[in-house]
Design a protein around this ligand. Structure first.
Ligand code: SF4
Length: 110
């Protein structure tokens, strides 16, 4: 006979499948988000050579509410820019709205 603690630490096949399905769904979501972020960066690059949130005169970043941009407006791999898109993705999904496919449409949503 198994003790209570041994019983409760066992995971049934059903539960295991549920956990796996959930992990798979999470991975899919992450992938979708990543793809969308890449698409937005690509789209932004067709409009902006330098970061749209970069103030050339003062070298400040609008997204950080005035911190200096240390990248001189090169936003392709900027963690702040990517973090911003990540946050926008979450907001849009949460509101069950359509994800824009063009960076300018995203900028208009805000
Ligand atoms: S820190 Fe990043 S998001 Fe901010 S202005 Fe510079 S490149 Fe743009």
């Amino acid at each position: 006979m198994l003790s209570e603690s041994t019983k409760s630490s066992r995971i049934s096949e059903d539960e295991m499948n549920k956990v796996l399905a959930k992990a798979e769904k999470e991975a899919e979501k992450k992938d979708h988000k990543k793809q969308w972020i890449e698409r937005m960066i690509k789209s932004a690059k067709t409009y902006y050579k330098l970061c749209p949130y970069y103030d050339k005169k003062s070298s400040k970043c609008f997204l950080t509410l005035g911190d200096k941009c240390t990248r001189e407006g090169r936003y392709e791999n900027c963690p702040i820019f990517i973090g911003y898109l990540d946050q926008k993705y979450n907001e849009i999904i949460q509101k069950k709205k359509m994800l824009p496919m063009d960076f300018l449409d995203l900028a208009q949503m805000i």
